[in-house]
Write a protein that binds this ligand. Structure first.
Ligand SMILES: Nc1nc2c(c(=O)[nH]1)N[C@H]1C(S)=C(S)[C@@H](COP(=O)(O)OP(=O)(O)OC[C@H]3O[C@@H](n4cnc5c(=O)[nH]c(N)nc54)[C@H](O)[C@@H]3O)O[C@H]1N2
Ligand SMILES: Nc1nc2c(c(=O)[nH]1)N[C@H]1C(S)=C(S)[C@@H](COP(=O)(O)OP(=O)(O)OC[C@H]3O[C@@H](n4cnc5c(=O)[nH]c(N)nc54)[C@H](O)[C@@H]3O)O[C@H]1N2
Ligand code: SF4
Ligand SMILES: [Mo]
Length: 709
């Protein structure tokens, strides 16, 4: 009897502890990509202080996570991360105290500004930083440092789509509709995105689209896992999406499938765009892109027969030296067919980084003030300066773009503060950028791990990460969400907000840099009020109660805006603007010396520069190192077999990696993921040719030669 009672008591205890554990789990979000999947974090006793559990109630991912998300807690444990500040002494990074590290940074920054002027101090931010950090970093640069030299890694990400979105619609919100609208479209063209590897839980929306009878067209030079799902896969040569979109528009016009009423009522600029498209003959488009004309016709038919259709772009067409015009060409196709400004139709960009959307709204971009305001707009300067309590004339003007800023290190910019990026691995022409970083008088990096870039620094600050701090992020839908703190950080680690507070204090700004995220957010709300990305009505309580709030949300009574443009576009006259664009070749086309096209991108199990994911065993087991993907025909010509080491050489550098021979890629193209440093690092090869509007480098197309190594 006694035994039975014990068994019952034990069972009850187990039930309680299970329930307790479920209740214990803190609702939060993944540290990685822009989907910002909801997850729970439960406290554990081991060296890693939390484990990831499902959070089925969050609508975006409904409990699903990819391997990066489900293994995210590993980077919180000891071993992977930094726990003490480091200062370079006698050439080596050695442990130091926080006051020493902060004093040193403040002294170097003041000294540099005194000797060379304020613009000689640079700041480089990241699209993975919370809204609060991005906002405070921008304010720190403009108010404390008074420098124009600030930009961030989002420039390398979605900046071409942002520029084209503003050009056409007057505002840039990656997706102007929630994800739940995607399955209700009749057809989706996904251009240069591989969400089956880059956002696996997103694939559900594409499957639902097809279950509802909608068609999926994927445009990618590779037959990716995403392309495998498509009803139609177009495989153009890298860098030719602009011609492809023009060819489709030509056929739309020729077949009389334009929506003349929509064009007349809700757009401007059609005549010039129509003329530009008519000059691009489909036969010419076929020879430029390598996409057979019958496939182009099929795509046009699917798109036009759909009733309502969407075009989604990701990095493939955007990371080109003509990325802005390329996205404009796809937007033109939407506008000409009436697929914009109405339900279940339109153009959207799949933003990439965790806070890729919010990170571009609050002022860490060279030309921007909070609320997605323009730094060169006098009214915007006056509004933000009033919130900051400074004279508008004291705010610096626009600075240079990310690559141009990195390229100016050691010459114009002598000291750099870097927060949330690892350009030694992720910047184009990376060996040159590493040299520029080494040529600085002073480099300070705040990071959670000793990244390849932090390893070059004079001072490294170890900061708290996602689960150890609270803050807001804005996901790819424009939904502002709340990442809650689930666990205390190890001693020795401080938050980025504390870093900015301490540095501002040392540089004469004791006020205006709070360390509490919610206080920063409340100021951000005021600074953004009245701007395009208006957060004034969004509070931590509302986000928690409503599964996130979509901007613009100008007041507490306002419901937020999941769907933009239904009544009018955000242009002065309310109409969407066509932009007449012409195809042009990549900045570097293949030639006799470098006869093959290289494109670059991602694999499922690694994230970005790999600074975080290369420290996770399970992910390294799945994706242990770099490779170059090439077609059997090319492999045979080179005498290369699967697994052989191959040298890939461009005008910028040389890499050596194992070959992966596959028919899933065009014979004239090779592909390398960019997640690794060292001899297989893709960015030793890439071309920093910049888009004239967005200043995006051409990560997706350069010319290379392959040799057996
Ligand atoms: N696993 C994983 N997921 C991630 C990330 C990660 O690093 N790893 N990073 C996140 C971030 S910041 C981003 S920006 C997103 C990126 O997400 P995606 O845009 O999906 O990723 P990429 O692999 O860069 O590029 C997508 C596809 O573009 C194709 N492509 C290459 N050149 C061209 C071209 O000229 N035209 C066309 N049409 N296609 C081309 C490539 O073959 C590739 O399959 O992913 C996010 N999610
Ligand atoms: N060849 C090629 N190159 C590319 C691309 C490509 O497709 N091809 N894609 C480009 C794109 S889309 C992107 S977004 C970039 C991304 O490239 P990076 O800017 O290098 O991005 P991450 O690797 O995410 O680097 C983020 C760094 O910040 C740290 N970190 C994370 N959270 C925090 C935080 O809260 N505070 C601080 N202080 N640090 C933190 C991480 O540990 C990591 O070291 O790469 C670009 N480079
Ligand atoms: S899809 Fe993105 S947000 Fe979701 S679990 Fe994976 S990395 Fe995290
Ligand atoms: Mo990105």
């Amino acid at each position: 009897m006694c035994g039975a009672r014990n068994v019952r008591a034990a069972a009850a205890k187990q039930r309680r502890s299970k329930l307790g554990a479920m209740n214990d789990a803190t609702d939060t979000h993944c540290p990685y990509c822009a989907l910002q999947c909801g997850m729970g974090l439960r406290r554990t006793e081991g060296p890693v202080p939390v484990s990831v559990v499902e959070r089925p109630g969050f609508p975006v991912n409904q409990g699903a996570l990819c391997g990066k998300g489900s293994n995210a807690a590993a980077v919180l444990g000891p071993g992977a991360r930094l726990t003490t500040p480091l200062i370079r002494r006698d050439g080596e990074l050695r442990p130091a105290s926080w006051p020493e590290a902060l004093d040193r940074i403040a002294a170097e920054v003041s000294g540099t500004a005194a000797s060379y002027g304020r613009d000689a101090v640079g700041v480089f931010g990241g699209g993975g930083l919370t809204n609060e950090k991005a906002y405070l970093l921008g304010k720190f640069a403009r108010v404390v440092l008074g420098t124009s030299a600030i930009d961030y890694n989002g420039r390398f990400c979605m900046s071409s789509a942002a520029a084209a979105g503003i050009r056409a619609f007057g505002v840039d919100r990656g997706l102007p509709f929630p994800l739940e609208d995607i399955p209700r479209a009749g057809c989706v063209i996904l251009v240069g995105g591989n969400p089956a590897e880059t956002m696996p839980p997103f694939v559900r929306y594409l499957r639902e689209l097809q279950e509802n009878g909608g068609r999926l067209i994927v445009v990618d030079p590779r037959r990716t896992r995403t392309a495998e799902l498509a009803d139609l896969h177009l495989a153009p040569r890298p860098g030719t999406d602009l011609a492809l979109a023009l060819g489709m528009l030509h056929l739309v016009v020729a077949d009389g499938r334009t929506d003349e009423a929509f064009i007349a009522e809700r757009t401007t600029g059609w005549a010039e765009t129509r003329a530009a498209a008519m000059a691009h003959w489909p036969e010419h488009v076929e020879s430029v892109t390598g996409v057979p004309l019958p496939q182009l016709r099929d795509a046009v038919r699917m798109f036009c027969d759909a009733g309502s259709a969407m075009v989604l772009t990701a990095r493939g067409p955007e990371q080109q030296a003509k990325g802005t015009d390329t996205v404009s060409a796809w937007i033109n196709l939407c506008l000409a067919t009436g697929n914009a400004g109405r339900p279940n139709a339109g153009y959207g960009c799949l933003t990439g980084q965790g806070n890729g959307q919010g990170g571009r709204e609050h002022g860490q971009k060279a030309d921007q003030l909070p609320g997605y305001r323009k730094l060169d707009d006098p009214a915007a300067r006056a509004h933000v300066a009033a919130v900051w309590g400074v004279d508008p004339d004291a705010l610096p003007g626009p600075g240079r773009s990310a690559y141009e800023l990195l390229d100016s290190l050691g010459t114009d910019v002598k000291a750099l503060l870097l927060m949330g990026s690892n350009p030694v691995v992720s910047a184009p022409r990376a060996a040159h950028i590493a040299d520029r970083l080494r040529s600085l008088d002073f480099l300070a990096v705040s990071d959670v791990v000793l990244s390849e870039t932090a390893a070059l620094a004079d001072v490294v600050l170890p900061v708290t990460q996602w689960a150890e701090e609270t803050g807001t992020m804005t996901n790819l839908e424009g939904r502002v969400i709340l990442r809650r703190k689930a666990v205390d950080a190890p001693g020795g680690v401080r938050s980025d907000l504390e870093v900015l507070h301490e540095l501002a204090g040392r540089l004469g700004h004791g006020e205006g840099f709070p360390t509490e995220a919610e206080k920063v957010f409340d100021e951000l709300r005021r600074a953004s009020s009245g701007g395009p990305a208006d957060y004034a009505g969004i509070s931590y309580e509302r986000i928690a109660a409503e599964d996130g709030v979509f901007w613009p949300c100008p007041s507490q009574e306002h419901p937020g805006t999941p769907r933009l443009f239904l009544d009018r576009f955000a242009t002065p006259d309310g109409r969407a603007r066509f932009t007449a664009v012409q195809h042009r070749p990549a900045a570097e086309e293949p030639d006799a010396e470098y006869p093959v096209r290289l494109t670059t991108g991602r694999v499922l199990a690694q994230y970005q520069s790999g600074a975080q994911t290369r420290r996770v065993d399970a992910l390294n087991a799945a994706a242990p190192g770099p490779f170059v993907e090439l077609h059997p025909q090319l492999a045979e010509r080179l005498g290369v077999r699967d697994g052989d080491r191959v040298a890939v050489v461009s005008r910028r550098g040389r890499t050596v990696t194992p070959a992966r021979v596959t028919t899933a890629i065009r014979p004239d193209t090779v592909f390398m993921p960019f997640h690794w440093p060292g001899e297989g690092s893709a960015n030793l090869l890439t071309n920093p040719a910049l888009d004239p509007v967005s200043r995006m480098p051409e990560f997706k197309a350069c010319a290379v030669r392959l040799e057996r190594a």
